[in-house]
Design a binder for this molecule. Sequence first.
Ligand SMILES: *Cc1c(COP(=O)(O)O)cnc(C)c1O
Length: 458
Amino acid sequence: MRQMKQTNSRRGIPSVEKVLQALGGVSLPRPLVLRIVRSHLAKLRSEGGMAQFDELIESLRGELRKLELTRLQPVINGTGILIHTNFGRSPLAAAALEAIDGAGKFYNNLEYDLGAGERGQRGAYLEELLAHLCEAEAATVVNNCAAALVLILHHCTRERREVIISRGELVQIGGGFRIPDILKHAGAVLREVGTTNKTSLADYQEAISAQTGLILKVHRSNFAMSGFVDSPSREELTRLAHEGKLLFVEDLGSGAISAEAFATLDREPTPAECIRAGVDLVCFSGDKLFGGPQAGIIVGRLEAIRALKKDPLFRALRCDKLIMAGLQATAELWATEADRGSLPLVQMIRADAGQLRKRAENLMEELGELPLDLAIGSGSAEAGGGALPGATFESVTLDVRPKGATLEEFASRLREGHPPVVGYIAKGVFKLDLRTIFPEQEGALLEAIRQAVQTRPI
Ligand SMILES: *Cc1c(COP(=O)(O)O)cnc(C)c1O
């Protein structure tokens, strides 16, 4: 240690202790700060020295701050996008959080048969509940919808490799999820039919061969096509698949359990609707319109679900107890009409403009003394997260124009504040959409805005 110090000072590199002292209080765990400082100093050493001590401290502070911003933390979402993949998609209902708390805090019967007093089945109740909600024979869950699709494709194309899919459905969903890639990785062979805008039943029919494993339909969950567009109905595809003794699978993505719950928005097909039309297996995400934790829900024919659960890949993709507890509580809310109102997504969609305006006015009043131009504005919220593409609905915004700072500067200071606040800039103002801001976050929002204005003159 002593020797290292001497070497350091010869090259003008300060000791770790000196740097830590100069940094002062940092809110990250000390061993982590130490790691950053050491690697920073090692880099300087290899580069043969450093400029100013102050500059070193400044740059280290910047590095630590940058790291701290990547720490998972609650964010105030003023974007008006309800299911924002970057913000962890759907917020969970209180009942789901309680269930997660209970399952995590104590032991539970995850795989224990309480009646028999021996090893039991995992998720039997949850599967029954999900099957009920989707009017299906059976159900199961894996890590996410992508995993569900991989499992289905991998399992159902072991012998006959080809998967028939319309060119209009070879889509990309969010960060790097491309249907053709998923197919490839699952060991399936893509057999594209039709064109981008039109695919007929005959196109599917002509593609069926001895190599065909299944017909796949992928819901266009993040974009809408209109105009000269056509594709066969689910019923027609079911008939075709079953005549050829093929499975008909649908990747539904968003998974709106109830059409009425989201009635103010455009229609999304429900899993039950797909099942009624004869689709053999339907998969959708647990954390989009379903409003639960990240999961991939698969519903459909009993035999098919049973076979999926026996596939060794299922073991690698299964959910943990916390997810299952949260999903179970969320599914129970869906099961009882009167309880659906406690799902945050449903509440946000139902919030009326009058209520939102009142909240915006209160915020405006609270911020009155700050050097900000404030106004109540209008915005258009949207479902986001691969659900209800193109459907926007009226919302109310708090419009802010900071005095003596650009909108970008103000937005960036709010993003880096405590808690971080994300809004958007439109028509020369910084906007915060009230629909996606929880009423219980308002106190923290006011504090964050005050800090953004006051900590440094802007
Ligand atoms: C969102 C979506 C997926 C991916 O779901 P994850 O749960 O994020 O894996 C797959 N397919 C469709 C149609 C989707 O909308």
